[in-house]
Design a protein around this ligand. Sequence first.
Ligand SMILES: [Fe+2]
Ligand SMILES: [Fe+2]
Length: 165
Amino acid sequence: MDNKKYMRIIKKHGKDILASDGMKIEKTCIQHGIFSVYDHSLFVTRMCLHLADIFSIRVDTCALVRGALLHDYFLYDWHIPSKVKNTHGFTHPNTAFRNASRDFKLGIIESNMIRRHMFPLTPIPPKYRESVLLCIADKICAGYETIDGFKRRFKKRFRRLDTNA
Ligand SMILES: [Fe+2]
Ligand SMILES: [Fe+2]
């Protein structure tokens, strides 16, 4: 993955999003393992650009970047026990969409990307190429982040057993 190239594209189209107060909140909220929601959103955006590149898929790059950056703009920590936690998987696309449309001007592609990115957990499928890419990239990145978290916990436990021996 050409991170430098993708970061240039992301900054070009999403500078205002990256600098927003919402993204500051995302930096304080854990998504998976040690990844904050901000880290996850950037990872997913780079993965979207990467998938579009390797499969030569024609996309609206600006919409792809902005929709991917904002797809998890729900702005709370879903690990903190609350009523929200149990339904988070189903409800956060709409929460993210509400917050994102309050803070930014969204086009139809970005809106669809955010609202449909949890398919098939949420039943309505994504409509645009960019939304499908996001749906796939999100699952790849979430899988990677979750496995990374398990690996870290596993290593930590073995280190502890080592020092106790
Ligand atoms: Fe999500
Ligand atoms: Fe996500």
